[in-house]
Structure formats: structure tokens, C-alpha cells
Design a protein around this ligand. Structure first.
Ligand code: BYC
Length: 338
């Protein structure tokens, strides 16, 4: 396959290249040529030369993203058996299955950078890898399915649309389909909220309660404030990131306020105010960054439960992996004999 045409879902990467040992230093001339390609908005492909820092940053971000999708199935999976109607159940089931698909595209994209899915998954199960803070919160009522779809998927879209233009081709291409599906997820969540808000006073109160619990953690999804962001400067120079954490957070708040108003719900932020400067923005109050730090340190409401659930699923799926490997080995023997 010629350079630059590496397809995402194949095993056809140039094996010699991916097996190249990690270089202890990057080469200044190659680095300068690489940066020039980035500056010219060229797409970097799996077999292209890249600085080790770029590779590592991408493996970190893409694998964290993949883990988020897989762990993110748990809070919503919790409600599949209790959805209030067949239509709601079918839609929620489809959404949760989509998240599994996103995880798979993303693990495949990370594999193009030379780390296997097994290694990445081991990192998650051993607690060495991160996944999004948001999935460490519980889903307590059916209204949470509305709030998660509307706000969590809404925040995900805000963050992921710019990733469709990320400099690394396989990641950017994976994001295109992910974003289309996230749009459907966001709408299904908003429609649940709308139905509850047009229902009985009890249903509307349930929607408000879900909004109260999910709003602030959703603002934290965008990462620490720009001044505390470790990776933003380098990731921006490499065009992995196109907007800063705070810029995306502001866009999200600006989009969410009118949506909440339409629902007749109140955002749980007494300091929220409209600022006409700079084209008009909704300025938000102080975020509790201590809560964010606690969740990242493993002390969120559901951190232990989430990892335990993933470990259990992994152990219970061992026989499927073994059967698939045995089948593949037998097929290889048949192929050789033919
Ligand atoms: N949670 O230097 P910074 C979804 C970490 S999937 C946990 O700003 P960066 C969905 C960060 O990793 C949603 N950790 O980092 C799925 C770093 O620590 P390390 C997931 C966080 O990478 C199913 C440290 O804080 N989306 O929406 O430049 C159902 C410093 O941060 C978080 C993605 O993964 C967090 N929220 O920027 C429904 C998108 N924030 O690694 C929905 C791709 C920060 O040095 N990822 N940290 O130990 C990104 O765009 C970027 O990685 C981030 C952070 C904006 C998240």
C-alpha cells in the first residue's frame, strides 16, 4: 500500500515500520520536516515518520478516548432493562451498542501507532490508563438517560468535531462516523428531556434533578483550565487539538443555555450571566476543580465499581477470545494446506 493510503480497519500496516524500536531522541531535521507538514495541514499517516512524543501523545489520547467509550457503556447500560417503553429500550440499546463500536474504531486507530488492543486494555484494567471523569458518576433515575444523552454526548460532540480535523489521519477519519452517531445520541437524550419536561410536575422535577447532577461534571469533561493543562500547548502545535479546553467549555455553555431555556429548566449555576462582549457569551461560575482532581485520583462516586465491572466482563469474555484465537489458528492451517 503506498504511503498515505493506510486504511483504518486493516492489519496491513508496514510491519517493519511499526516494529521499529522506540528512538531515544528525535532527529532535528526529520522533526522540522514533520512540523512543516503539520503547518501545511498535511495529514500524518501510520507509516509516516513521526516524533516519538507525537506518537505517545496520540496513543495516550486515543486510548483514553477508547476506554471512555467502553466504560461509558456502563452508566447507560444500567437502564436498558428498565427503559419505560419498547421504543425507549430499542433506542437506548442502539446507543450503547454505538459506544462499543466507537471503542473499537478508536482501539483500531491506536493500534496503527504500534500498541495492541490487549496492551491498552491491560492498562485500563490495571488502573494505569485514564478514561473520562464523567463516567464515574451514577445514573440514578430514568431522567439521567436524557441528561447523559443531551449533555454528555453534547459535550463529546463539541470536543470531537474539531478532532475530525486532527493531524493524524486514522484518528481524524474515525471521528467522522463517531460524531454522526453522537449527534443522534444527543438528540435522543434531548427528546427524553423534552418528553419529561412536557409531562407531569414529577417528571419535570426528575429532569431538573438530573440536570442539577450532570451539569457541572459535564463542564469538567473538557479538562482542566487552560492554565493547568499539561498537554495543550504541544498538542495544539501538532494540530491534535484545534481548540483549548476553556474555549470548548465556553462553546458548550453557550450552546446549552438556550437548550435548557427551551426545556424550561434552570442550569444549576447562580453566577451564570450573559456577557454581550466578544459576540455574546454565557459566563459561568466557578468549577469545583477539587472534585475533578478527586475523580481523576480514583475517588469519584463510581470509580471502583466501573473498573470492577470492566474486569468482570473481561474475565467472562476470556472463552470468546480463546475460541476466536483457536478458530483463527485452525483457519491458518487450512489455508497453508490448500
Ligand atoms: N477525564 O493536559 P490536559 C464520550 C487528564 S467519550 C479524565 O488538558 P489533554 C462518550 C488528561 O488526560 C469522552 N482525565 O490533557 C462515551 C491529563 O492526564 P494525563 C472522552 C482528564 O489530553 C460514551 C491531565 O488531565 N473524550 O464522550 O490535552 C457515551 C491534564 O489534562 C480529563 C475524549 O477522550 C477528563 N475529563 O486534554 C457518551 C476526547 N480531562 O493523560 C459519551 C479526546 C483531562 O497526562 N480527548 N484529563 O495523565 C481529548 O480531547 C483530550 O484528551 C482532553 C484533555 C480534552 C479530554
Amino acid at each position: 500500500m503506498p504511503q498515505g493510503e493506510c486504511a483504518l480497519y486493516t492489519q496491513s500496516l508496514n510491519q517493519a515500520d511499526t516494529a521499529t524500536p522506540v528512538r531515544p531522541v528525535d532527529y532535528p531535521e526529520q522533526s522540522a520536516r514533520f512540523q512543516a507538514r503539520i503547518d501545511a495541514d498535511d495529514r500524518i499517516e501510520a507509516n509516516d515518520w513521526m516524533p516519538e512524543g507525537y506518537r505517545k501523545t496520540l496513543v495516550r489520547q486515543i486510548s483514553q478516548h477508547a476506554h471512555s467509550e467502553i466504560v461509558g457503556m456502563l452508566p447507560e447500560g444500567n437502564w436498558i432493562t428498565r427503559a419505560p417503553s419498547l421504543r425507549r429500550k430499542a433506542t437506548l440499546l442502539a446507543k450503547v451498542q454505538d459506544e462499543a463500536g466507537h471503542g473499537l474504531y478508536l482501539y483500531a486507530a491506536a493500534e496503527t501507532l504500534g500498541r495492541s488492543r490487549e496492551e491498552l486494555f491491560d492498562d485500563l484494567l490495571a488502573g494505569r490508563a485514564r478514561y473520562s471523569s464523567i463516567f464515574n458518576y451514577p445514573t440514578l433515575t430514568w431522567a439521567d438517560m436524557g441528561a447523559v444523552g443531551w449533555l454528555v454526548d453534547g459535550a463529546a460532540i463539541m470536543n470531537q468535531i474539531p478532532l475530525c480535523r486532527c493531524s493524524y489521519g486514522p484518528y481524524a477519519r474515525a471521528m467522522i462516523r463517531v460524531c454522526k452517531e453522537e449527534s443522534f445520541h444527543q438528540r435522543q437524550g434531548y427528546e427524553i428531556m423534552l418528553t419529561l419536561c412536557r409531562g407531569t410536575p414529577e417528571q419535570k422535577a426528575m429532569a431538573q434533578d438530573a440536570l442539577d447532577r450532570w451539569y457541572w461534571p459535564c463542564l469538567m469533561m473538557f479538562g482542566p483550565p487552560d492554565g493547568d493543562s499539561l498537554h495543550s500547548d504541544q498538542s495544539t502545535a501538532w494540530k491534535i487539538k484545534r481548540f483549548s479546553n476553556d474555549e470548548l467549555r465556553q462553546k458548550f455553555v453557550d450552546a446549552t443555555v438556550p437548550q435548557a431555556q427551551y426545556l424550561g429548566l434552570t442550569l444549576p449555576d447562580p453566577d451564570l450571566r450573559f456577557d454581550p462582549a466578544d459576540g455574546g457569551h454565557w459566563r459561568y461560575g466557578a468549577i469545583d476543580w477539587e472534585e475533578f482532581r478527586q475523580v481523576l485520583s480514583g475517588n469519584g462516586p463510581c470509580n471502583r465499581e466501573r473498573l470492577a465491572a470492566r474486569r468482570k466482563a473481561h474475565e467472562e469474555g476470556a472463552w470468546v477470545r480463546e475460541a476466536a484465537a483457536a478458530y483463527a489458528a485452525r483457519q491458518a492451517v487450512h489455508k497453508q494446506a490448500a
